[in-house]
Design a protein around this ligand. Structure first.
Ligand code: CMC
Length: 392
């Protein structure tokens, strides 16, 4: 009833009030709970930033120790859930494996599904934070046919994940501090981004009072698309296509500007940032550092730099305010770290998890929350009479 306004893609419709993340797209500002992303990327850790997003304040020493210890205690997967990984084809994409395993968590922990019981919500929060890295690493190992390691709970979250992803049960694994530090920072940069496609999905699913595992599982699927989190692997595919084809960078850009079907400059443009994406500025610096510290000069980076330079000076991109987004350089770093392209969006999901949890919890605790239920503008047929099959 009443007048409804069409807003395709919700470009101008706020779905909620939120106190978690602030973005000013014209100024290129991003803050979590008021703290600038640049300061968090420089000084914080992923676990501390996760606490900040979820609980609203920077943790005291004892709060951080407690949160860290609780996450460490929950890293193991149920042995039956481990068998789950055998059920997928060997070359299964790790994103649907991740989402399916998170969905399955709700069957293993029926005692922590009540959205209105704070202790249960805290328990599923910690379980998700602890188990998603294990699940992600196992999805990766399975796709390589490599053995699954047990987590080592003396290690922190990122160290544990790195060891599970790259370690070998027959040998000691030596953590590479450059890799761990860079990965930790990338996870911070991805940790929240207000009402993006996957976060809105998590909130929408949760608004029907579905549990946290179910809501996050839906968010992972939403993230997988190439216009959203899937862009990070799409960028690398694009760079490789350019490298391996006869097209040079200029020919590719002409195809982009002619809007050939399915051809976009992946890793460019953003719904909110119309000046620059502050995350991209940090990532570009990290890419440079990581590649030089790991001693990996990458021809992909050269192609990316050339694409960026052309785009930043081209009318098409200037008019439309298209700048590199967070996904433009991350794939190059993940590749240098040794992750296959398929895993890039999984790494995005690991980073975005605390944001999804924080937003779901804010939604559940907000008295103004109603079930998400957009209206539509109907453009179909008017009333008409059913015609029996023999008369059609
Ligand atoms: N390459 C070429 N043209 C583009 C691009 C691009 N990457 N992005 C936008 N445009 C054009 C688009 O064709 C349109 O042109 P016109 O006005 O002539 O019709 C104009 O710019 C506005 O684009 P839009 O699609 O209406 O903008 P949107 O706010 O709906 O989409 C976006 C934002 C991020 C989906 C889009 O810029 C895009 O597809 N970028 C490439 C994929 C990508 O990198 N996604 C990651 C986003 S950041 C992290 C995340 O969310 O996961």
């Amino acid at each position: 009833t009443g007048l409804v306004t069409l807003d395709a893609g919700f470009t101008n419709t706020a779905s909620c009030e939120s106190a978690i993340t602030y973005i000013d797209g014209d100024e290129g500002i991003l803050r979590y709970r008021g703290y600038p992303i640049e300061q968090l990327a420089e000084g914080s850790t992923f676990v501390e930033t996760s606490f900040l997003l979820i609980h609203g304040h920077l943790p005291s020493e004892s709060e951080l120790a407690d949160f860290t210890a609780r996450i460490q205690r929950h890293t193991l997967l149920h042995e039956d859930l481990k068998r789950f990984f055998d059920g997928f084809p060997r070359d299964a994409h790790p994103m649907p494996v991740l989402s399916s395993a998170v969905s399955a968590l709700s069957t293993f922990y029926p005692n922590s599904l009540n959205p209105f019981d704070d202790e249960q919500v805290e328990l599923s929060t910690v379980r998700l934070m602890a188990k998603l890295p294990t699940i992600a690493a196992y999805a990766h190992r399975k796709s390589l046919g490599q053995p699954l390691l047990y987590p080592d709970n003396r290690l922190g979250l990122v160290e544990n994940f790195t060891r599970l992803a790259f370690g070998n049960p027959a040998e000691d694994y030596e953590l590479d501090p450059v890799l761990v530090k860079a990965l930790d920072q990338l996870l911070i940069l991805h940790a929240d981004h207000e009402q993006n496609c996957s976060t809105s999905t998590v909130r929408l699913v949760g608004s029907g009072q579905a549990n946290l595992f179910a809501s996050v599982s839906a968010g992972i699927h939403a993230l997988s698309g190439p216009l959203h989190g899937g862009a990070n692997s799409a960028v690398l595919d694009m760079l490789e296509t350019i490298r391996d084809s006869d097209d040079d960078v200029d020919t590719f850009m002409t195809r982009v500007k002619n809007k050939e079907k399915g051809v976009r400059l992946m890793g460019f443009g953003h719904r909110v940032y119309k000046n620059y994406d502050p995350r991209a500025a940090i990532v570009k610096k990290t890419a440079d550092e990581v590649l030089s510290k790991l001693g990996k000069r990458d021809e992909m980076l050269d192609i990316a730099l050339r694409l960026e330079e052309i785009a930043l000076n081209d009318e098409y991109f200037i008019e439309r305010k298209l700048y590199p987004n967070v996904d433009f350089y991350t794939g190059i770093i993940y590749k240098a770290m040794g992750f296959p392209t398929k895993m890039f969006t999984v790494l995005f999901a690991l980073g975005r998890l605390p944001g999804w949890i924080a937003q779901w919890r804010e939604m559940i605790n907000d008295p103004a929350t109603k079930i998400g239920r957009p209206r539509q503008v109907y453009v179909g047929e008017g009333a008409r009479d059913y015609v029996p099959l023999e008369s059609r």
